[in-house]
Design a binder for this molecule. Structure first.
Ligand SMILES: NC(=O)C1=CN([C@@H]2O[C@H](COP(=O)(O)OP(=O)(O)OC[C@H]3O[C@@H](n4cnc5c(N)ncnc54)[C@H](O)[C@@H]3O)[C@@H](O)[C@H]2O)C=CC1
Ligand SMILES: O=C(CO)COP(=O)(O)O
Length: 331
């Protein structure tokens, strides 16, 4: 089995390490040739995973054709809003029967499409050729080989099992699932809820607030998932509750950290600058998740409020007041 990992940020690099540690021959693609050189020769990616030693068998190149040559698995792991444009450039290079694997957790702005939908559309691949990996997977913890589990979702059971085999490492345990919609939705919406949890923490609120946001966040994710045809059980699993808990609680989360800065009174520009170029997907995906919900007539109050915050229309104090002054209802 040979894999190409397109994207050399924190998750792409970490997942490439998982693949190699699972016995899968892996080549990464990096935008910058200097970074590709550093990964191949120094077995490190200091820009995204400082202090982590990468496997000596892991190679990187800045030539996408070289990375994709003969790949059975093509792993896509770049910021969601850049997928369509990048994939257009890679389509001719994709091996015809390769499984296309999305590691991204976002919804496309404008179209409100999930990443697997964008992949199918741009690459002309049927949904059975597209898999999604999502779960409580904070990159640095995994790069340090701390045990975690994840979900590999694919409509085609055999392809799902192929991806599962390719990424089963001593510290990484993938479960298969056929619910691509629920798995992707869990990953995208939890980033928005993590922004809210971070903001609450930045305002000085404690665990009751976090738990309330996580639980009601899961309720709105499930409502939207049901409207889109997802399996409700997915939201009780690793790609739902699992990822929500990990991301909303961890200082490693870029989304949570972004929200925390806002809660402490920093501006959107200051919070953006503090990401040092790393992607906090929820800041943009809150708009596309809201679009998706509105198209399906689903109420997503936390997402709605966070979209107003991320557009700079309201601040953290108004956001909290708006959520707490909604009409009372049954759970
Ligand atoms: N970091 C994490 O713990 C996890 C991240 N994810 C998801 O994986 C995806 C990628 O995230 P990370 O690797 O963490 O992001 P990152 O910000 O660490 O790295 C992004 C990578 O994409 C590249 N990139 C940026 N703009 C680009 C463009 N216009 N065209 C091509 N490449 C571009 C960067 O050079 C970098 O290699 C996101 O959707 C994220 O939600 C999923 C699970 C865990
Ligand atoms: O998706 C993640 C953990 O599962 C990473 O979250 P952040 O993108 O907020 O860092």
């Amino acid at each position: 089995m040979k894999a190409a990992v397109l994207g050399s940020g924190s998750w792409g690099t970490t997942f490439a390490k998982v693949l190699v540690d699972s016995g899968t021959e892996t080549v990464m693609w990096a935008r910058r040739s200097e970074l590709a050189e550093t990964i191949t020769r120094r077995h490190a990616n200091p820009d995204y995973l400082s202090g982590v030693r990468l496997p000596s068998g892991l190679r990187a190149t800045s030539d996408a054709a070289e990375a994709l040559d003969g790949a059975d698995l093509v792993v896509l792991v770049i910021p969601s809003q850049t997928l369509r444009e990048n994939l257009r450039g890679w389509t001719k290079l994709l091996p015809p029967d390769a499984t296309l694997v999305s590691l991204m957790k976002g919804i496309e702005l404008g179209t409100a499409k999930r990443m697997s939908e964008v992949i199918s559309e741009v690459a002309g691949a049927g949904p059975d050729r597209v898999a999604v990996v999502s779960g409580p997977n904070l990159a640095r913890e995994i790069a340090l080989e701390q045990p975690t589990a994840t979900v590999v979702a694919c409509a085609d059971v055999d392809r799902g099992a192929q991806v599962q085999r390719a990424c089963t490492a001593p510290y990484f345990r993938p479960y298969t699932n056929i619910d691509v919609v629920g798995t992707e939705l869990g990953g995208a919406v939890k980033n928005v809820i993590a922004l809210a949890c971070g903001m609450a923490a930045g305002m000085g609120f404690g665990n009751n607030t976090t738990a309330s946001l996580i639980t009601r966040g899961l309720a709105e994710t499930s409502r939207l998932g049901l409207a889109l045809g997802a399996d409700p059980m997915t939201f009780a699993g690793l790609a739902g509750l699992g990822d929500l808990v990990a991301t909303c609680a961890s200082p490693l989360s870029r989304n949570r950290s972004f929200g925390e800065r806002l809660g402490k009174g920093e501006s959107l520009e200051q919070a953006q600058a503090a990401t040092h170029g790393q992607v906090a997907e929820g800041v943009k995906s809150c708009r596309s998740v809201l679009d998706l919900a509105e198209r399906h007539g689903v109420d997503v109050p936390i997402t709605r409020v966070m979209e107003s915050v991320c557009r700079g229309v309201i601040g953290p104090v108004d956001a909290a007041r708006l959520l707490m002054s909604r009409s009372t209802k049954s759970e």
